[in-house]
Structure formats: structure tokens, C-alpha cells
Design a binder for this molecule. Structure first.
Ligand code: PLP
Length: 388
């Protein structure tokens, strides 16, 4: 059968994830040190696992409300108010989803008509551009620069806004650069969103992992923004709960209702065990991730120091768990550099181009990896660059 003629045309134009391609080379090789996958090396804290186990023991194995357990939605709103300083109603303005991934997909599908333009800052999380295209939107990227600490400058954003722009996607702290926004940039971006009547999808998944004693500020808290923002957050990163597949979206009621329509027909509800675990995570709050965050902070400082000492320029990222060193001076493309590093020193790091063209010349190293492995990886990288 000619399967190509059977598959949806717009899907065929979407490339496979650059991360996947790279990691298929590494899967099953235990001789490789991986700085690749953006996943905590810690197991979910015991207190959270215990709540999930107890729930299973009680026989809680049913569907929940499509929106998610009301107790969880109310706890989410309490947490969001405490942590982000913006208030939502658990009953109507909150939807429990299968990770931030589902929240993102729902938001895009709920908002976009074919041809609507969606702006996002690049380098960015691998799913943004394909998710926009799969929702029949037009992805429009704004390149962020090393000189700006990979922040999104309002002046650069304004250049790509057109009459067709409907949505701006934000992710600070950013995967893959660890970038954060200054108050000034955040205010400038918010002013443009109001001026051009844009909806903002803000992916806050790394917001607890903000370092140097600084606190994350969400765009939803700025004047005029809550009404035009879908705040998306999840449990995968700070709470080390990737496998539970739990996230949420908070937004004005009409937006949540539209997302809910797609969610209820496509997914029904997020898994109940994950919801119970998420409830425990929120009740526990900061103490339950404090030690993991401290470890990430120390590892960031270690990697940035080692990289700069070996002559690789690397800014100190304000958040998330990635460093994004500049390897352009070695005269190899990001892909060539990553492949050679893997071949010669058995260290896997992701070529910057997996996160968009503007990632050329960079490498993403995830430091959600044990200290010993990080040291071995840095020693190996140091040996490798001496040969170039
Ligand atoms: N958003 C960003 C920026 C990410 O880096 C990731 C995972 O790496 C996700 C969303 C996916 O999150 P979840 O596990 O909640 O679906």
C-alpha cells in the first residue's frame, strides 16, 4: 500500500525529533555517559510515591471528573496563588492534563484556525514548532542570542508580529538554554501582547528551578495579562515525576472550557494515581524538592566553571537543568561536534540544532545526572576539545 498517500499531508512535512534521532544511537549502550535526556536523575520523592501506592491499595482505579479531581484542582489553585501570585478558581479555571505536553496541545488546538501565526522564542523545546503545525497553525520563531543570555527581547519580538499573529508561546526558564527573563523584558513583552491583542501560552515547567536566590515571575501576574494567558505547569521536573504524566492549565473559564472539549473526547481524564500523587506533591511543596534543587544548582556551577576553564564559553543559566555552551570556535557543526564526542569519548550531549536553527554552534548538556558522571563527562570533553 502507498501509505504516504493515506497519511495526513501536514504530518508528513513535520520532521522527526532531532533528540530522538540522536538518542536512538545511544539507547542500550551502557558505555556512554548521557547528558542528553531532560529528565531528573532522582526518583520521585518517597512521600509522593507512598501516596500513589496507598491510593492503589485503596482500590482507587477509576476515571475521575474530566477536569480532574476537584480536590486536586483546588490544591493546584492554592499552589499557583502561593507560588505564582495569581489566583484562579479550581471549579472552572483549571484543567488537569497528561503533562504540560497535553496542556500545550489542547491550548493550540483550542485557539488556532488554519493559518494563524504562533510566535515562539528559539532555541526552544523540541515539540513547540511541530505542535503548532499539527494544530494547523503557522510556527514563527524569534532567534534569541547568547549575548542576551537567550532572553527574548521585546524589540525582536515586535519585528515578527503580523496581522495573523494570534499566540505567543513563552518558556522561561527555557529548555534548552536555561534562560530567564529580566523584569524589563517581561514587562516589554506583556505590553506588546496587550497592544497586539495576543494570547500567551506560558510553559512554566521549570519555574521552581530558578537559581541564585531569585524567584520566578510569571507573565500572568502582569497588568492586563491574566485575561489573555494560559498558564501551564506540571510535575515532571521539580517534583521528578515524569512517569506520572501529570500537568495542568489555569486560564479564564472560556479558554479552559474550549480545552476541556478536546480533552474530554480525546483523553477523558488524567490517570487517577498520578492525580493523587500530584496532590501529595503540592501539599508537600518546596521541602520535597529542596535537596534536588540544591544539587542542580551546585551541578550548574560546576559545569559552567569546568566549561569556561577548558576554554568553552558558557553563560551561567538562571534556571532549569541545562547548560548551553558555545562550541562554534572549534569549526565543527553542532551535529558533527556531538557525533565526534560520542564516537571518541562516549559522551552524549544534544546538538543545539535539535532545538531550532538558531541552536547551531551550541550543545545542550543536561545536568540532571549524578556528580560522578558529570565529572567524567567534563574530563572527557576536556580531552576531546584538546584534540580539535
Ligand atoms: N515543556 C518543556 C519546556 C519541557 O522541557 C518538557 C519536557 O522536557 C515538557 C514541556 C514536557 O513536560 P511534561 O512531562 O509535563 O509533558
Amino acid at each position: 500500500m502507498d501509505y504516504d498517500s493515506k497519511l495526513a499531508g501536514h504530518l508528513q512535512e513535520i520532521p522527526r525529533s532531532g533528540i530522538r534521532d540522536f538518542f536512538e544511537l545511544v539507547i542500550g549502550r551502557d558505555d556512554v555517559i548521557s547528558l542528553g535526556v531532560g529528565e531528573p536523575d532522582f526518583s520521585t520523592p518517597w512521600q509522593i510515591r507512598e501516596a500513589a501506592i496507598a491510593s492503589l491499595e485503596k482500590g482507587e482505579t477509576s476515571y475521575t471528573s474530566n477536569l480532574g479531581l476537584l480536590t486536586l484542582r483546588e490544591e493546584v489553585c492554592r499552589y499557583v496563588e502561593d507560588f505564582f501570585n495569581v489566583s484562579y478558581q479550581g471549579d472552572g479555571e483549571c484543567l488537569i492534563t497528561v503533562g504540560v505536553s497535553e496542556a500545550l496541545d489542547l491550548a493550540l488546538r483550542a485557539l488556532l484556525n488554519p493559518g494563524d501565526e504562533v510566535i515562539f522564542h528559539e532555541p526552544c523545546y523540541v515539540s513547540y514548532s511541530p505542535s503548532i503545525a499539527m494544530a494547523h497553525g503557522v510556527p514563527v520563531s524569534v532567534a534569541t542570542k547568547k549575548e542576551d543570555g537567550f532572553s527574548l527581547r521585546p524589540s525582536e519580538l515586535e519585528k515578527v508580529i503580523t496581522e495573523k499573529t494570534k499566540v505567543l508561546m513563552l518558556n522561561f526558564p527555557t529548555n534548552p538554554t536555561g534562560a530567564v527573563l529580566s523584569d524589563e523584558d517581561l514587562e516589554g513583552i506583556a505590553a506588546l501582547c496587550v497592544k497586539h491583542d495576543l494570547i500567551v501560552l506560558t510553559d512554566e515547567i521549570y519555574s521552581e528551578l530558578r537559581y541564585d536566590g531569585k524567584k520566578h515571575v510569571s507573565i500572568a501576574t502582569l497588568p492586563g495579562m491574566k485575561e489573555r494567558t494560559i498558564l501551564m505547569h506540571g510535575f515532571s521536573k521539580a517534583f521528578a515525576m515524569t512517569g506520572f504524566r501529570l500537568g495542568f492549565a489555569c486560564a479564564p473559564k472560556p479558554l479552559i472550557e474550549a480545552m476541556m472539549k478536546i480533552h474530554q473526547y480525546g483523553i477523558l481524564c488524567a490517570p487517577i494515581t498520578g492525580q493523587v500523587a500530584a496532590l501529595e506533591a503540592l501539599k508537600a511543596g518546596e521541602p520535597v524538592y529542596r535537596e534536588m534543587k540544591k544539587a542542580y544548582h551546585e551541578r550548574r556551577d560546576y559545569l559552567v566553571r569546568r566549561l569556561n576553564e577548558m576554554g568553552i564559553e558558557c553563560h551561567s543559566p538562571g534556571g532549569a537543568f541545562y547548560v548551553f555552551p558555545d562550541i562554534s570556535k572549534f569549526g565543527l557543526t553542532s551535529h558533527e561536534f556531538a557525533m565526534k564526542l560520542l564516537e571518541k569519548e562516549k559522551v552524549a550531549a544534544v546538538p543545539g540544532t535539535a532545538f531550532g536553527e538558531s541552536g547551531e554552534g551550541f550543545l545542550r548538556c543536561c545536568y540532571a545526572t549524578g556528580n560522578e558522571k558529570l565529572k567524567l563527562a567534563m574530563d572527557a570533553l576536556e580531552r576531546f576539545v584538546k584534540t580539535l
